[in-house]
Design a protein around this ligand. Structure first.
Ligand code: PBG
Length: 330
C-alpha cells in the first residue's frame, strides 16, 4: 500500500470533533468582514419592511441611528448607504443626487456625527434619482457614457464633502473610476476611498432591491452597461482597469452565481476583493427558510463562508447583522 494513501491517510481524522474542525478550518468569517447595506427614506419615526426582503427595512434617518447602533454593537465596521428618492425629485440627470441637503448627504453627515468610527460607504449611480431608472443619463433611448461619468464624479465629490469615507460607484460606465479619483483629488479628498463595483452583471437578482428603492428601469434593461452573465475574462479586464484607474477595493456582484468570477478577479488584482450578496440571493434564502425548506442560519453561514473560500475579503450582505450575532455567540 503506497504511503500517502488509505489507510495511512484518513481525512476523517481531521473532522472527528468540533475542536479539530475549528483548528483546521481554512477560512473564517468575522463581523468586520461584512458591509451592511442600509436603506434610508424621508420622514420621521418610521420603518417599513421591504415586501420582497423579509426582516429587512427602510428607515427614516432618526430610526436608522438605532439600527446602526445595533450593527456597531455586533461588531460591524461599515455601512453602505442607499436612499429612496421621492418621484417628484427625479429627473434625467439625477440633479437631486448633487443636493447638499439631499437625503444621502444628510444621512452621511448624521451617521458620521453619531458614529465617527463607522466606515460610511455611499452608492453612486443615477438610478435612484433618475426619472428613467437608469444608472446614467438617457438620450433617445441610449445611456450616455461620458456625460454620465461627469455627473457621477460630481456626486462622488458631494458625498465626500458630506463625510463619506468611501464612495461605491455601481453604475458600470466606462472610465468612471479614474474620473472620480481625479475629481476627489482635485477637491482635496485624497483620503476618500473608492470601492468599485468592477464586475457588476446585468442580473435578475436585483429585483427586490429595486422594489426597496422604487428604482426599476422605466424602459429596456441594463444590458448595455452591466455585464453579460456569460463572461469571466471581461470581469478580469474590468477589475484590472479599475485597479489602474485608482480603485482601492474591487467588487463582484451578484455573489452566489458568480463565485468563479470572485476567484478569477482575486487572482488578477492586488486589491482587496469584495462581493455583493445581493437582494435576490437574500430573498431566495429567506423564502425557502420561511417555507421550512432550508435551515436559515445554516444556509446563510454556508453561503457566506463560500464567498470567503472563493476569495472574497469583504462581503456586502443583508445578512450582516444576523451572521454577526451568530458569530459572536460561538
Ligand atoms: C444601483 C444599485 C443596484 C444594486 C446596488 N446598487 C441595482 C441595479 O443596478 O439595478 C443592487 C443591490 C441588490 O440587489 O442587493 N445601481
Amino acid at each position: 500500500m503506497p504511503y500517502g494513501q488509505f489507510p495511512y491517510q484518513r481525512p476523517r481524522r481531521l473532522r472527528i470533533s468540533s475542536a479539530i474542525r475549528d483548528m483546521v478550518a481554512e477560512n473564517h468569517l468575522k463581523p468586520a468582514d461584512f458591509i451592511a447595506p442600509v436603506f434610508v427614506m424621508e420622514g420621521e419615526n418610521m420603518k417599513e419592511e421591504i415586501p420582497s426582503m423579509p426582516d429587512y427595512f427602510r428607515y427614516t434617518l432618526d430610526l436608522l441611528m438605532d439600527e446602526i447602533r445595533e450593527l456597531k454593537e455586533v461588531g460591524i465596521r461599515s455601512v453602505l448607504v442607499f436612499v429612496k428618492v421621492p418621484d417628484d425629485k427625479k429627473d434625467n440627470k439625477g440633479t437631486e443626487a448633487l443636493n447638499e441637503q439631499g437625503l444621502m448627504q444628510r444621512s452621511v453627515r448624521t451617521i458620521k456625527k453619531e458614529f465617527p468610527d463607522m466606515l460610511v460607504m455611499t452608492d453612486i449611480a443615477l438610478d435612484p434619482y433618475s426619472s428613467y431608472g437608469h444608472d446614467g443619463i438617457v438620450e433617445e433611448g441610449e445611456i450616455l457614457n461620458d456625460e454620465s461619468v461627469e455627473v457621477l464624479a460630481e456626486i462622488a465629490v458631494s458625498h465626500a464633502r458630506a463625510g463619506a469615507d468611501y464612495v461605491a460607484p455601481s453604475d458600470m460606465m466606462d472610465g468612471r473610476i479614474g474620473a472620480m479619483r481625479d475629481a476627489l483629488d482635485d477637491d482635496g479628498f485624497k483620503h476618500t476611498g473608492i470601492m468599485a463595483y468592477s464586475a457588476k452583471y446585468a442580473s435578475s437578482y436585483y429585483g427586490p432591491f429595486r422594489d426597496a428603492l422604487d428604482s426599476a428601469p422605466g424602459f429596456g434593461d441594463k444590458k448595455t452597461y452591466q455585464m453579460d452573465p456569460s463572461n469571466v475574462r471581461e470581469a478580469v479586464k474590468e477589475a484590472r482597469m479599475d485597479e489602474q484607474e485608482g480603485a482601492d477595493i474591487v467588487m463582484v456582484k451578484p455573489g452566489l452565481p458568480y463565485l468563479d468570477v470572485i476567484r478569477a478577479v482575486k487572482e488578477s488584482v492586488q486589491l482587496p476583493v469584495s462581493v455583493y450578496n445581493v437582494s435576490g440571493e437574500y430573498a431566495m434564502l429567506k423564502a425557502a427558510a420561511a417555507n421550512g425548506w432550508l435551515d436559515e442560519e445554516e444556509a446563510m453561514m454556508e453561503a457566506l463562508i463560500g464567498f470567503k473560500r472563493a476569495g472574497a475579503d469583504l462581503i456586502a450582505t443583508y445578512f450582516a447583522k444576523a451572521a454577526s450575532k451568530l458569530l459572536n455567540r460561538k
